[in-house]
Design a binder for this molecule. Sequence first.
Ligand SMILES: *Cc1c(COP(=O)(O)O)cnc(C)c1O
Length: 371
Amino acid sequence: MAALPEGVRRLMREDLRDLEPYDPAFSKTEVNLSANENTWSVSRERLEAFDLALASVELNRYPDPLAGELRAAIARRHGLEPGQVLACNGADEGLFNLLLAFGGPGREVVVASPTFEEYRNFASLVASPVVDVRRGERDFALDGNALARAARRAAVTILCSPNNPTGDVAPVELVRRLHDATPGVLLVDEAYIDFAGPSASAEPLLAECERLVIARTFSKAFSLAGARLGYLLGSPGLIGAIASVRQIYSVNSVTQAIGLAALAAEDEVAALVDAIVDERGRLEGELARLGRTLPLEVFPSEANFLLLRLPHASRVRERLRDEESVLVRDFSYAPGLAGCLRVSVGTPEEDDRFLAGFERILAEEAVGLGR
Ligand SMILES: *Cc1c(COP(=O)(O)O)cnc(C)c1O
């Protein structure tokens, strides 16, 4: 995007003038492992169920604002009351509305970076100061003591579990500790929780932690990134507060219908998740094998992606894109992530293609070739 004209900049709120539209400018590649989407194919039955659901959507009518039927189905999935669920236009919208309701000028938002950058972006939109409790430099370990200290004065404390882009799960005991430490709201972003073990979720804490909110999404495990559907779980009070600041029709009727159909076919999603977790193990094993002879570090992950650290990371990513038509995400510009690339777990065919190209380029770079 071209820089905004000065005359326009001056019309804007002062603290927002340097923001830019989000545009990852994805180059079109044959294999895209850059956005943690689910690239596995969806069954014909599931696609037909979507078609059927869409056929009865009345597009001339406004959607149900709070998506009552979908909300009830999500509540059933989690053994909660519908009032403890808020459907959102992607989990992103839920995160933003949570910060809109509870953040603001002078209200601190605590994050543990490196983590999902949207927390910082959304905090700046609502003019919340961000307190960054950094993870360990080598292993990305969370600093529980520093987090608890910061949470004591925070309006909103955010943990991402499994964390994007490092892949580690925040221990449930830490979630409870931060909830007890903070007078504010604790958000646990579980966008990737389906790929972690069953005991990884902070969900059981909802019964006792009344200022805990959990974010979930249909974008990753459910293969529905394009439908824009996520949801928040929390106490009816917190959910009500967030619901009161949202755009009233943010979840459109097409998306509501798709969400209901997706939940009805959840068995298929569970099988897909199992297969992706197996494939993650294989990909990690293959990368660890490369790491025995080439300069490459692979971080363990409980999500559908792996974080890698290597020399010349940005150039390796560019070469993968240009020579192999394989796209991965470059994080080496980000604080704390020097030399890091993130690769989503694709299908076995996609991953094999990535592995072959990656091994070749890594080997060439290691002997100083390919410049
Ligand atoms: C992908 C992602 C989300 C949300 O995705 P939506 O598509 O907006 O539902 C939220 N948090 C993290 C950490 C993510 O990686």
